[in-house]
Design a protein around this ligand. Structure first.
Ligand code: IPE
Ligand code: IPE
Ligand code: MG
Length: 227
């Protein structure tokens, strides 16, 4: 058995699911948050140390402002609601991505939960917000150049948003779409990727556990030979 230490998820399909159920993409986003809660609990049960959630991509700014604002509002309300629970459950929140362009209040809330939960130990949730792998790699290389630090794999790794986080063992994408959409492209070279037909709001603990169990039976070679 080979349990994963880091699972990363592209939580896709909220909009389509919401349209199907109530003709509302917003409804899908709201229900999707319930799945987030379930999967955090399931990850704690499975003793997973890092869970990365793709919440908002650098390309999601292309959406109508009304949907973007709704997503920001949901996020803000959710943080307020969950802050006590995060402490109680010993959950550490880490932001990956460039949140500078976010609305001021949301930005300060996000920075404050990151700060408040800094010492928590049970699980680290990496929230990918205005995250895009290309932006991450380009800004890292520019930083290294500015500091006159040699550009090599180790120095790039140590300066990505994901520095100090092990590479994802598993990447899951729900929503019946088989692509990566600018998510963790540097970090995922040896991740096991699972594409799931279900939309994110209908994904459940059982679906998750099946993936974890399947992963634990995979022989990972990392370019070498299996033993
Ligand atoms: C949620 O799924 C992911 C976010 C970008 C917030 P979508 O909103 O992309 O849902 P679909 O893919 O349109 O169904
Ligand atoms: C990926 O989903 C981004 C998030 C889950 C936050 P998208 O819905 O933005 O991906 P595409 O546009 O279908 O590739
Ligand atoms: Mg989508």
């Amino acid at each position: 058995m080979n349990p994963p230490s880091h699972v990363a998820i592209i939580m896709d399909g909220n909009g389509r699911w919401g349209i199907r159920k109530k003709n509302s993409r917003k409804f899908g986003h709201k229900e999707g948050l319930k799945t987030v809660e379930k999967i955090i609990e399931a990850s704690i049960k499975k003793k997973i140390k890092y869970l990365t959630l793709f919440v908002f991509s650098t390309e999601n700014w292309k959406r109508p402002s009304n949907e973007i604002n709704y997503l920001f509002k949901l996020l803000k309300i959710h943080i307020d609601k969950e802050i006590k629970n995060l402490q109680k459950k010993d959950i550490k929140i880490k932001i990956i991505g460039n949140i500078n362009p976010f609305p001021k209040k949301l930005k300060s809330k996000l920075r404050s939960i990151q700060h408040l939960t800094k010492q928590n130990k049970k699980i680290q949730i990496n929230m990918a917000l205005n995250y895009g792998s290309r932006e991450e790699i380009v800004s890292t290389i520019n930083f290294l150049k500015k500091k006159k630090i040699p550009i090599n794999e180790k120095n790039i790794n140590n300066n990505l948003y994901t520095k100090n986080i092990p590479e994802p063992d598993i990447i899951i994408r729900t929503g019946n779409t088989n692509r990566i959409s600018n998510f963790l492209i540097w970090q995922s070279i040896y991740s096991e990727i699972f594409f799931v037909k279900k939309m994110w709001p209908e994904f459940n603990e059982n679906d998750y556990n099946k993936i974890i169990n399947k992963f634990s039976r995979i022989s990972r070679n990392f370019g070498g030979l299996s033993d």
